[in-house]
Design a protein around this ligand. Structure first.
Ligand code: ZN
Length: 568
């Protein structure tokens, strides 16, 4: 049976025409009506294969969206004999072998309003009257199996409409390529533009461009300046990519008064940020440092399992270490002060101490990763804590000659000629630097025993103390309340919130004081109670108490603190 199958496969293969790699030319243009943007126009030009049949299709999925062609309208093919549309985003094109085919279509907006915290989804194209944003996967179709074919790109603009994309790093009609591009690059790209686009070119030799739309709690100049500094610091850390083209884009999402929302996604030689208008610049430091570190971790440090269910078991490395370095590199470079460094760690340490899933065994945590925020955070928390612990141990084992940097730099080299998982490579290289991590992995990552860091984890400038404090509790069911449109649900009658007057059915308009996971600072909510607005202020403390580790800075002004806190 097996033999028969393989013969059948062979004859099928030999009967098929060889896949020819032909350059695919992409052109993008805005569609404008009465001065307002209405859609994006795409043209894809390529040659029909030797069989004359082309399967013109969209990427299988990105960021949870599997129907990436659904915003395509009025698709037309010039140069074809027949075009047949399948039900699943495939267009079957018949043409003379080698004929030039020009596919044109419009991509319409997935939104009839500005995206909000509740409905912003990075795969869905946005075309608003004054601006647009789209991911390449939702924008560009491609001929069948030609994902690795060379690709070029041109923007055919209109007066007054700005444009920025990492596709500009590829060759176009009037442009030399900064690097060779493929169809896969087009799919992994990001495009933004419109009347309101602000762009900051790569005039400083860094190759970095920044493009923003909308208004934020900071100026576009501040974001531009910060992005350049963060990128320079991380390129120096890895000793590579200096001068390489890189684009940072920022698009606005309409905020919710009760939460602050911001996020980003790496797109190869770009990353896309989605920021709500209330996000302070401080938060952007962490986000930029974290996201840009992903340009190396894990993609250039080894393999990661592709499978959606086993992959999260490796996030302690790809997310946790990235988090550790976001803070460490920022304090080393002076982008954050020792006090800010401690505040960021303390927020995380308090959240970890109060985490409902703190002791969850690794296999269960991986399965539950996509289900709730607490298990997602757990991977970051465990990984960052282990990074700090192992860094200290590496310093001790080597008499100060090696630390976590040493292992990661060795891993960058080793990964070039290895197909091993990044986590396996790390384990092997850490052992070579004198630290075996197997026992910690078994205890904390597999069995889920809570992690504790020792007093001197961050060197002589900081000490780790343990405090007994009440657990953080808002006094109501936060998830159910959010699901009910911020109408208070599940109030606890024994909680200080109840004593302060908060009741089920009140609508929360805004949180005006307080910090997530911090039981020690007052919480204040502006609520609407039967037509009247009032502020309810209370301590967000539950009945139980927990032990919380916290970092205290000893000599905030000492110059060497930036180094030692940063793990050097
Ligand atoms: Zn991340």
């Amino acid at each position: 049976m097996r033999l028969l199958l393989s013969i059948a496969t062979l004859s099928l293969l030999s009967g098929a025409p060889p896949a020819v790699s032909q350059t695919v030319h992409y052109t993008l243009a805005p569609e404008v009506s009465g001065g307002e943007l209405t859609a994006l126009r795409v043209e894809v030009r390529f040659r029909a294969g030797a069989s004359g049949t082309t399967d013109f299709r969209w990427d299988d999925g990105w960021n949870g969206e599997h129907r990436l062609w659904q915003w395509t309208r009025d698709l037309n093919v010039a140069g074809a004999r027949t075009v047949e549309q399948g039900a699943d985003g495939h267009w079957r094109i018949q043409a003379a072998p080698g004929a030039t085919l020009t596919v044109t279509y419009r991509v319409v907006s997935a939104y009839d309003h500005d995206p909000t915290v509740q409905d912003s989804d990075q795969a869905r194209p946005v075309v608003r009257p004054r601006w647009f944003y789209a991911a390449g996967n939702a924008l560009f179709g491609f001929p069948g199996d030609q994902e690795s074919a060379p690709a070029t790109f041109d923007w055919r603009g209109a007066p007054g409409i700005g444009f920025a994309s990492d596709l500009e790093h590829l060759a176009g009609r009037s442009r030399l390529a900064l690097r060779a591009g493929t169809v896969a690059d087009a799919l992994e790209s990001i495009v933004i533009g419109g009347h309101d686009l602000r762009t900051y070119p790569a005039g400083d030799g860094s190759g970095v461009r920044v493009a923003t739309i909308g208004r934020y709690a900071f100026t576009p100049e501040q974001l531009n300046d910060l992005a350049r500094r963060v990128i320079a610091v991380e390129r120096d850390f890895w000793g590579m990519d200096r001068g390489a083209p890189f684009l940072v884009t920022a698009t606005p999402i309409v905020g919710d008064p009760t939460v602050i929302s911001f996020g980003g996604t790496g797109r190869g030689d770009a990353f896309a940020l989605w920021i709500d208008q209330r996000t302070p610049l401080d938060r952007m430091k962490w986000l930029l440092a974290h996201e840009y570190f992903h340009s190396w971790n894990p993609v250039r440090l080894g393999a990661m399992p592709e499978d959606r269910d086993t992959r999260p078991a490796h996030y302690w490395f790809s997310e946790g270490f990235t988090d550790y370095y976001a803070r460490a590199l920022m304090v080393r470079a002076g982008l954050i002060s020792p006090a800010e460094f401690a505040a960021q760690w303390n927020e995380m340490l308090a959240a970890y101490a109060g985490s409902p899933v703190r002791s969850l065994p690794g296999a269960q945590a991986a399965t539950a990763f996509w289900e709730n925020e607490a298990t997602q955070k757990l991977a970051y928390q465990r990984g960052a804590l282990l990074a700090a612990i192992w860094n200290r141990r590496l310093l001790a084992a080597s008499g100060g000659r090696a630390n976590l940097d040493t292992v990661l730099h060795a891993e960058l080299l080793a990964a070039r000629s290895s197909s091993e998982n990044a986590t396996d490579l790390f384990r092997r290289l850490a052992a070579r630097s004198g630290v075996r991590i197997d026992a910690d992995e078994a205890r904390h990552l597999v069995r889920g025993e809570p992690l504790r860091i020792s007093e001197d984890t961050f060197g002589p400038c900081a000490t780790i103390v343990t405090e007994q404090r009440p657990v953080f509790s808002r006094g109501f069911d936060a998830e159910a309340t959010a699901a009910a449109g911020n109408v208070v649900t599940g109030i606890d009658p024994r909680h200080p919130a109840y004593a302060a007057g908060l009741r089920n059915g009140m609508k929360i308009l805004e949180r005006t004081e307080g910090e997530p996971d911090n039981a020690l600072v007052p919480y204040a909510l502006l609520v609407e109670d039967r037509g009247t607005k009032r502020t309810i202020r209370y301590l967000p403390q539950g009945a139980e108490s927990i032990a919380v580790q916290q970092m205290r800075i000893r000599q905030p002004d000492a110059a060497e603190c930036r180094r030692t806190l940063g793990g050097l």
